[in-house]
Ligand binder design. Structure first.
Ligand SMILES: [Zn+2]
Length: 485
């Protein structure tokens, strides 16, 4: 098969294409299980395989994909024809940044392949967790497992040949309960990075989940009898369970280069960031350093090589508060440099990924992380806060289409008064303008507060592409934030 792919690439190259690549997925498997109040609500196993071909001809892309690999020649000709027809209409010819030809392999670190674990063992885990969550105050309990395993073989006309074996494990526990006023509240636990080692089935650690099951039930019961969140201007101290979403929505999406160039306008929106802003815009206080780090060991945002065949990189996006980088791929960096009439980007940032063989790669977040800071642990940050709210758990979010402002509701919050964490409040919310908010960053927790949260379902692109990634974030404090509205 590999030889046939290489022959076809050569053939299309011979017809005048400037670039051809192929992503062959010999196998992709997805296994999802959900238990709702003790009943197995969902147990699906999906297996697919296929091949996707991109052809660049006279500055225009053509794409074709099929799960039928019997007529490879037809598939490549279709991609070529699509490019040829598109080339008649192209206004801005596509140029690709230079790259090295690479022969390599990558496998996400895992010990036990989750696809080989018997269904009975997975169901038994869900039942055990369901039992733990089935306690007073809890009216709805959900436990879920989601496994992805895919093999991707990338070959291009520039001499690259890369094989990837990606294994992802996601898991969630969630409890809901009704307070005396009839309002529903929720508390949940999502599996993130455990240690730095592996994330196969072995990361479904019974003790870890049991401890967290007990914790979220206890916290839900505190929420159920809590007073409402005050309407107020005060500091918010965001734990990683909400800090990851703040980073995702107001740094990650805002800094996708295709989005900045307007390619997501018809769907997810644009970005308030312009090409003039790179190297100049103050995006946050001096305490803010953010990066796109695809080299972080063991996270869904670490994948070895992107779908342009570019090696994983660790790129600074915001350097002590100044915007310096974006989430980029081969095509967009060239387009951005040309439009800005200056060299903003020096080659691809290695962030072009497709969700499946039948989608084209687009710029996707890798691990969009915030560096740990020097303001101590959570206790230190609370102790230095006069009036604040410690917030955790993403409940709902709404964000301006250009990411210029946001409103988030969290699952739980604790009041902070005179340096002491006091009681839980219910229905906590906070809102702000992106730049004003990041500029009010007044404390960044040390390594002990830093945690890698996983995102299994980031959506982008038309047709929609769901992507997996991570966020390594510390606990952070922001001053003078509007809360409770
Ligand atoms: Zn997203």
């Amino acid at each position: 098969m590999l030889d046939q792919i290489k022959q076809q690439i050569e053939h299309i190259k011979g017809m005048g294409a400037t670039y051809v690549d192929t992503r062959w997925y010999p196998i992709e498997e997805t296994n999802t299980l959900t238990m709702w109040n003790g009943n197995l609500k969902e147990a699906t196993f999906v297996r697919e395989s296929g091949i996707g071909v991109r052809v660049l001809y006279q500055g225009a892309w053509g794409f074709s994909a099929s799960s039928d690999t019997n007529d490879l020649a037809g598939l490549y000709i279709k991609a070529f024809d699509n490019a040829r027809i598109a080339a008649e209409r192209v206004t801005l010819p596509v140029r690709l940044a230079e790259k090295d030809a690479i022969q390599a392999r990558f496998a996400s670190p895992n010990r036990i392949n989750p696809m080989e674990v018997p269904l009975a063992e997975k169901v038994a885990f869900l039942q055990q967790m369901d039992k733990k969550l089935n306690q007073s105050g809890v009216s709805q309990r959900i436990t879920s497992l989601n496994f992805i395993r895919k093999q991707i073989i990338f070959v291009d006309s520039e001499g690259s040949e890369i094989e990837k074996q990606i294994t992802e494990v996601f898991a969630q526990l969630s409890v809901m309960g009704q307070d005396a006023q009839g309002e529903m509240h929720e508390r949940s636990f999502n599996l993130g990075q455990v240690g730095k080692n592996t994330r196969g089935w072995e990361s479904i650690d019974l003790q870890l989940f049991s401890e967290n099951a007990e914790r979220i039930v206890g916290e839900l019961n505190e929420i159920l009898v809590a007073e409402p969140c005050p309407k107020d201007d005060r500091a918010v101290i965001l734990l990683p369970g909400i800090m990851f979403l703040q980073t995702h929505e107001t740094i990650g999406h805002a800094l996708e280069l295709d989005r900045i160039l307007g390619y997501e306008l018809a769907y997810a929106g644009g970005s308030f960031v312009t090409l003039e802003d790179f190297g100049r815009l103050r995006y946050g206080s001096e305490k803010l350093t953010a990066r796109a780090d695809a080299t972080l060991p063991n996270s869904p945002g670490s994948f070895g090589y992107d779908d342009d065949g570019i090696p994983a990189q660790n790129n600074i996006l915001i350097d002590e508060g100044i915007l310096v980088g974006a989430i980029t791929g081969r095509q967009m960096v060239e387009e951005a440099n040309a439009k800005a009439r200056r060299q903003i980007f020096n080659g691809s940032g290695g962030a072009n990924r497709a969700t499946a063989f039948y989608r084209v790669p687009i710029e996707r977040m890798t691990n969009i992380n915030i560096d740990p800071g020097v303001d101590g642990d959570l206790g230190d940050i609370i102790a230095s806060t006069e009036r604040g709210l410690v917030m955790d758990g993403a409940r709902s979010w709404s964000i301006g289409s250009n990411r210029e402002q946001f409103h988030f509701a969290t699952e739980i919050a604790w009041l902070v008064e005179d340096g002491q964490r006091t009681r839980v409040v219910k229905n906590p919310t906070y809102m702000g303008n992106t730049l004003e908010f990041w500029n009010s960053l007044s404390a960044v927790g040390n390594e002990s507060t830093w945690k890698v949260e996983f995102v299994p379902n980031c959506g982008k692109g038309q047709p929609n592409q769901i992507m997996q990634l991570g966020h390594g974030v510390p606990t952070c404090r922001f001053d003078h934030v509007r809360v409770g509205e």
